[in-house]
Ligand binder design. Structure first.
Ligand code: HGY
Ligand code: MN
Ligand code: MN
Length: 399
């Protein structure tokens, strides 16, 4: 089993001096990640395919098997948030390949195809919509909108794909590929501190969404513009950040404003515009909507007081994902019992769950820290995750 060797080769890709990773779609780091996955797939004699949306699939097909029907799919993603940790995404991919190694060492012969997926743009870190690859595959996003998504430099998804040699006009739903998938099981590092055993099973993904505020004021000189003469968009933005925290506490939700873009972003210039993104999540939809409504009201009130314009656009929203299914119970039974817990983190499994039976395995994260360089999981727990995934996959591909 090449578990350590895979990490040795993968960890340095996109690693930055601050200790985290920057693996953004259609960049050099992404190309290196795809090359790494391609090599690991070929090393195992898996059939590697890239779909029309940039998702990668490595298939262990049944010898002489007919077309892929009722396939078992596992895997996750390799892209990261800015300065992301080593495990969010890669643990699911490395564990899937290592589980195949174990199954082969144990002489398991699949009765149905087993695939390992690497979904594109799961974090939405460059183009703004999370799980873009799985949303495109399932038709959960309009390909026209997807082609036009822009990164911070104004580069579109279409341009970035084309620069990497792929046809952006081809992106969109792939019902044939989807029809061949019988179930999807994603292993992922847990991104909270609720899991107290090496491995757990997901019960649900909280509803969550991303919104963009656009505050528009009047650019001006920082030294010569008197306070009463200012229309500074930074002020209602500041109010909105604090209002987000208050609203989340009020509605037992979480709200984050972690990304802001200031124009012109000069020390001695009053900004003309501030763009700020809101990420809000809660155990139920009503709490998310109520939190966003309160934050919007606070932003509009503060903007009005400062003579600043404000608009709010919903960029993506994911309904609650309920994993209480026969597949989840089958995982728990196969593992001889396992803790079942919800997560506030979004995953491709959440997108696919609307189309194929889907379940998730979590591996303990002792600190709960994620989306940061300090993200960590103990090797012993990760290897327990590989064993659990191998047991689940063996059960699914042989019966
Ligand atoms: O944002 C999320 O929850 C996931 O990491 N994309
Ligand atoms: Mn993530
Ligand atoms: Mn992830």
């Amino acid at each position: 089993m090449r578990y350590e060797a895979m990490w040795r080769d993968l960890l340095p890709i996109g690693h930055v001096s601050g200790g985290g990773h920057r693996r953004f779609s259609w960049t050099a780091a992404d190309r290196e990640c795809r090359a790494w996955f391609t090599e690991e797939a070929h090393r195992r004699g898996l059939t590697l395919e890239q779909d029309r949306n940039g998702n990668l699939f490595a298939w262990w097909d049944v010898p002489g098997g007919a077309a892929r029907r009722d396939a078992v799919l596992t895997g996750s993603h390799l892209d990261s948030v800015p300065d992301g940790g080593a495990f969010d995404g890669p643990l699911g991919v490395v564990s899937a390949l290592a589980a195949i190694d174990l199954l082969r060492e144990r002489g398991v012969a699949p009765a149905r195809p087993l695939g390992v997926a690497v979904f594109a743009e799961e974090e939405g870190a460059r183009f703004g919509v999370a799980c873009l690859g799985s949303r495109l595959l399932t038709g959960a996003i309009d390909p026209v909108r997807a082609r036009g998504l822009r990164d911070g430099d104004g580069v579109t998804w279409a341009d970035a794909m084309a620069a990497d040699g792929h046809d952006p006009e081809a992106i969109g739903p792939d019902p044939d590929l989807l029809a061949g998938i019988g179930c999807f099981v994603e292993l992922h590092v847990e991104q909270g501190r609720a899991l107290q055993t090496p491995v757990g099973v997901a019960s649900a993904i909280w509803p969550h969404g991303r919104w963009r505020f656009d505050f528009t004021g009047q650019g001006n000189h920082a030294g010569t513009t008197l306070l009463p003469d200012r229309r500074d968009p930074m002020l209602p933005f500041a109010h909105t950040v604090l209002a987000a925290r208050d609203a989340a506490a009020r509605h037992e939700a979480v709200a984050t404003m972690g990304k802001v873009r200031v124009t012109p972003n000069g020390v001695n210039a009053i900004p003309s515009a501030v763009q700020a993104w809101l990420d809000t999540r809660a155990p139920d939809d009503a709490a998310v909507r109520a939190t966003v409504a309160d934050i919007r009201a606070a932003a509009e009130k503060a903007a009005g007081e400062h003579g600043v314009g404000v608009t709010l656009a919903e960029e993506s929203y994911t309904e609650v994902v309920d994993f209480r299914t026969e597949l989840r119970d089958r995982l728990v039974t196969t593992l001889g019992g396992a803790p079942v817990l919800p997560t506030g983190a979004g995953h491709d499994a959440g997108i696919l769950s609307a189309h194929v039976p889907t379940a998730m395995l979590f591996v303990r994260n002792p600190t709960g820290v994620s989306h940061a360089p300090e993200e960590h999981a103990e090797t012993g727990d990760c290897l327990a995750g590989v064993e659990a995934l191998a047991a689940v996959l063996e059960n699914l591909i042989t019966s």
